[in-house]
Design a protein around this ligand. Sequence first.
Ligand code: FAD
Ligand code: AMP
Length: 478
Amino acid sequence: MTQKFDVVVIGAGPGGYVAAIKAAQLGLKTACIEKYQDNEGKIALGGTCLNVGCIPSKALLDSSWKYHEAKVGFSIHGIEAKGVSIDVPAMVARKSNIVKNLTGGVSTLFKANGVTLLEGHGKLLAGKQVEVTALDGTTQVVQAENVIIASGSKPIDIPPAPVNYDTIVDSTGALEFQSVPKTLGVIGAGVIGLELGSVWARLGADVTVIEAQDKFLPAADEQIAKEALKTFTKQGLKIRLGARLTASEVKKKQVTVSFTDAEGEQQMTFDKLIVAVGRRPVTTDLLATDSGVDLDERGFIYVDDQCATSVPGVYAVGDVVRGAMLAHKASEEGVMVAERIAGHKAQMNYDLIPSVIYTHPEIAWVGKTEQQLKGEGVAVNVGTFPFAASGRAMAANDTGGMVKVIADAATDRVLGVHVIGPSAAELVQQGAIGMEFGTSAEDLGMMVFSHPTLSEALHEAALAVNGHAIHVVNRKKR
Ligand code: FAD
Ligand code: AMP
């Protein structure tokens, strides 16, 4: 007999698993279909984020940072650390254990919330039926009142550098190196390229990042991007902007890449090459030809602001739809859709999705950049505060970067918070909370911040917007 559900979710990444748990919590009979197999051939939940994305990359970033600190950062504190060495397989195994813990945790949450897991590949048929093909090839069709597609994304392949899972890898392969490459090329200076490049650079690789665009981090505030480029270059990361990869050749366990830049045709040889040129939506064999669901011109599932597709009762969330490819965006869309299915009038504020790059220093922002606001003709006041003037940052010997607060010149409402520096991701979240409640720079300035904290840099930057900073000379005079 055909199984029937109120909600069937395709994909158990941060978009899908969160939607499924929320739907079940709201009393809806919910199933979630997942096909991803881990190294042991078992179905693993959590999607890209938990298995090969956010979590494993942060595990390696944290391990590599500790190594780097032990090697070069301890001496200033008077700590002598001799003979510091790295066991890469142990570091990678720790990462894999964290992944296992978290993906297992999602299975537990499914059980605890009564979500039915259907193992296999899901395909949307007409009439909100979903075909599930199990790993052994057997199929069943389930009937859904509502379907949430959360099939996510995968790395983009480029013809000049086909991934061979050995010398040329994608982001997944770059989480599995068993030794530190002497020389490492990274194609693409996006978030993923910079984070993975940083991991291996901290462990001793000589890293060159090849980026087609002339501008570094074009989505970030220009002042912050400029500071980031300066800092990364000082750290030894070689960033070649305006350099487009044209070909690669693998020979004797090395890869020679050809690229063109302002000076013409160039060649470089690396032990390993990471291709990190972006991600594309996963829609292969996902939609029957008569499913009625439309794709947009870039191959994403077409949805409106509430994640409804062209078929009533069918929704899509996360990386497979327009917008930032971020786990927290996927999850919040999942919650919104589950709530709407349950009859609530949920909405999502797409203007306040924080972005983070987990390099050192971290880079994070929420809201609009100064150049965006100027482009829109909005008059703004800007306040900045350098971590070099923060007692807490000095105590931690981590004084690079700044906090920048941008407020509307007419109303003082905060329109953007941008941070490069220690704990930037956590600091920006404070700005996001304030902005969600419509804070003015003055409101932030009137709050009591604990001393000594890195958060005081946000306080001072907010004060600086109107020329009231105490611990830095004000650019704007009262
Ligand atoms: P996914 O996580 O891709 O999950 C989709 C799931 O659907 C997969 O498990 C897939 O197997 C399954 N699936 C697909 N098709 C089918 C089908 N037909 N049937 C059954 N199952 C199917 N984001 C952040 O916010 N912070 C970070 O720090 C961060 N770091 C990242 C680092 C790296 C190296 C990478 C690659 C990504 C990172 N991201 C980060 C991005 C983040 O991982 C994604 O935005 C997020 O995973 C998207 O969630 P999703 O649920 O839409 O899709
Ligand atoms: P993101 O989409 O943020 O992950 O970043 C991917 C980056 O890769 C972008 O900045 C692209 O400009 C860059 N990129 C894409 N194709 C190439 C190429 N052939 N050579 C160099 N860089 C590229």
